[in-house]
Design a protein around this ligand. Structure first.
Ligand SMILES: Cc1cc2nc3c(=O)[nH]c(=O)nc-3n(C[C@H](O)[C@H](O)[C@H](O)COP(=O)(O)OP(=O)(O)OC[C@H]3O[C@@H](n4cnc5c(N)ncnc54)[C@H](O)[C@@H]3O)c2cc1C
Length: 413
C-alpha cells in the first residue's frame, strides 16, 4: 500500500477497486492528483465476473504506454465470434475488421487486469490503494458529500475528499446511501457460470452453443471452458430441484462434445448464479459525489460489455475531472457534464441488450427451433459482421485518454 495522505484527506476518494475504480485511480494518479482507492476485499482474486479485455481498453492501454507490458500477461484472443446452433455454425462478429491496435477481444482473468493496473498506479506516490477497506456510508456537510465512513480490520474511520466516486459495483452501498433514484430496466434471464475442464475433448472454439430451449456460452480459456448457461429469470430453484444429473444432461444436449467433461461439475457449489439486472441511476451525481461503472448502471451480460463501459466511464471522468480537481475547483457542472457524456452510450447499450435478451435469446430458451434472423443474416453477409464487432469491441462512445494536456509524471520517471 502506498500512502499519499497522512491526515486522511484526499482530492479524490474512490470506493471500489474493480475495473472502473482502479482505472480512474490510475488516470488521476498519473496527473498528480492525490487519490485513494478503497477495496473491501483483501485481494483481486474472487468470483468470476468477466474476463474480457476489449479492443477499446487496449487502445486506452496503448495511449497510456502500458499495452506492451500488459500483453506479456497470459491471455487468449478471440478474432471471430462463432455460434453453433444445432449442427450448424454461424459467424456473427469479426473483430479483425476493427481499425485498432488490437483487433480482437483478449481474455484474461479480471484479477490479472486489476493487478496489472494497480501495480502501474502504485508507481505514483500520490496513489493509495487500501485493500480490506469497505466504504460503509457517506459523510455530508450541508447537503454536500465530503467523505466516506470506512470499516477496516482495525475499526472504523473517516476519509475526507473533495470528490467521492462510487465505483462499488452493482450492489453499491454508496448508491443506496446517496438516496439517488435508480431506474430498473428489467431482465428476462439469469445466468449460471461454471468452469468445464477441457480434458481430452478437442471441440471447436465456438463462442456459444444453442439448441431449441438451451443456450450455453463457452469461452475458450486454454485448458478449460468458462461456461454460462442461460435460463429464464427466476427459474434457478426449479432447475436445481431437478437435480445435478438433469442439469448435466441439459448441457450435454446443447454441447454434446463436452459431455465427457461434465463429471467435473460435482455439485451446485461448482456453479454461480448471476441474477441479471439492468438498471441505471437517473442522476449519476450529487454535490461532492459521482457514480461510474456498474454502480451507475448495472449491465446485462449480453455482449460482455460491462467492463468496457466501466473503463470508458473512468476515462471520460478522468478527462473531465483532472483540471478542476487539481485546482480544487470541483463543481456540479463538471459532474453533470460527465453524466451527459456517458449516459447516451449507456442507454443505447442497455436498450440493445434488452432487445437481444427479450427478442432473440428468450425465444431460443423458450424453444425456437431456428436460429434468430440476425444470426442468419450475419452469417450470410460477411460485411455485416463488423457492426456487432464494433458494438462489442469499441462500444458506442469509445473514449480517448487526454494525453499530454494535463499529464505530469508524478512518479518522476
Ligand atoms: C458472473 C459475471 C460475469 C460477467 N461477465 C462479463 C464479461 O464477460 N464481460 C464484461 O464486460 N462484463 C462482464 N460482467 C460484468 C462486469 O463484471 C461488470 O460490468 C464490471 O466488472 C463493472 O466494473 P465496476 O468496476 O463498475 O464494478 P465491479 O467490477 O463490480 O467492481 C466493484 C468493486 O468494488 C468493490 N466493492 C464493493 N462494495 C464496496 C465497498 N462498499 N467498499 C469498497 N469496495 C467495495 C468490489 O469488491 C469490487 O472489487 C460480468 C459480471 C458477472 C457478475
Amino acid at each position: 500500500m502506498n500512502s499519499a495522505s497522512a491526515n486522511g484527506t484526499f482530492r479524490c476518494c474512490i470506493a471500489g477497486g474493480g475495473p472502473a475504480g482502479i482505472m480512474l485511480g490510475y488516470l488521476l494518479a498519473r496527473t498528480g492528483v492525490e487519490v485513494v482507492v478503497l477495496e473491501k476485499h483483501n485481494d483481486f482474486l474472487r468470483d468470476f465476473r468477466g474476463d474480457t479485455i476489449h479492443p477499446s481498453t487496449m487502445e486506452v492501454l496503448q495511449q497510456l504506454g502500458l499495452l506492451q507490458n500488459f500483453l506479456q500477461r497470459p491471455h487468449t484472443r478471440l478474432e471471430i465470434a462463432r455460434v453453433r446452433f444445432g449442427e450448424k455454425h454461424y459467424t456473427i462478429a469479426d473483430f479483425s475488421t476493427l481499425q485498432v491496435t488490437c483487433p480482437y477481444v483478449a481474455f484474461m482473468p479480471q484479477w490479472d487486469f486489476l493487478d496489472f493496473m494497480s501495480q502501474a498506479a502504485q508507481r505514483y506516490p500520490n496513489f493509495t490503494l487500501r485493500m480490506n477497506t469497505e466504504a460503509t456510508g457517506l459523510i455530508e456537510v450541508d447537503g454536500k458529500v465530503v467523505g466516506v465512513n470506512v470499516s477496516t480490520a482495525q475499526g472504523s474511520e473517516q476519509l475526507h475528499a473533495d470528490l467521492v466516486v462510487g465505483a462499488d459495483g452493482r450492489h453499491s452501498i454508496l448508491r443506496t446511501a446517496s438516496g439517488l433514484h435508480v431506474q430498473n430496466i428489467g431482465a428476462s434471464m439469469d445466468v449460471l457460470w461454471m468452469r468445464l475442464d477441457k480434458g481430452e475433448s478437442s471441440d471447436e472454439a465456438v463462442f456459444a452453443r444453442m439448441t431449441a430451449g438451451r443456450i450455453l456460452v463457452t469461452i475458450d480459456r486454454g485448458d478449460y471452458w468458462q461456461c454460462a448457461y442461460v435460463l429464464p429469470k427466476g427459474h434457478y430453484e426449479e432447475l436445481k430441484s431437478r437435480g445435478m444429473t438433469g442439469f448435466r444432461s441439459n448441457i450435454a444436449k446443447v454441447a454434446p462434445a463436452l459431455k465427457d467433461q461434465l463429471h467435473t461439475l460435482k455439485d451446485w457449489d461448482d456453479i454461480s448464479l448471476l441474477s441479471v439486472r439492468v438498471d441505471r441511476l437517473e442522476q449519476w451525481w450529487r454535490p461532492g459525489l459521482l457514480f461510474i461503472g456498474d454502480a451507475a448502471h448495472a449491465m446485462s451480460p449480453v455482449g460482455g460489455v460491462g467492463i468496457n463501459l466501466a473503463i470508458q466511464d473512468a476515462v471520460a471522468a478522468a478527462n473531465a475531472l483532472v483540471p478542476p480537481i487539481r485546482l480544487g475547483q470541483m463543481d456540479n457542472g463538471i459532474l453533470t457534464a460527465i453524466q451527459k457524456r456517458r449516459e447516451p452510450a449507456t442507454q443505447k447499450t442497455q436498450s440493445m441488450q434488452v432487445l437481444i435478451q427479450n427478442r432473440l435469446l428468450r425465444k431460443v430458451i423458450d424453444g425456437a427451433v431456428a436460429p434468430p434472423l440476425p444470426m442468419r443474416l450475419l452469417n450470410a453477409i460477411p460485411c455485416l459482421r463488423r457492426y456487432p464487432a464494433r458494438a462489442i469491441g469499441l462500444g458506442i462512445q469509445p473514449e480517448q485518454v487526454a494525453i499530454g494536456r494535463y499529464f505530469v509524471d508524478a512518479s518522476g520517471g
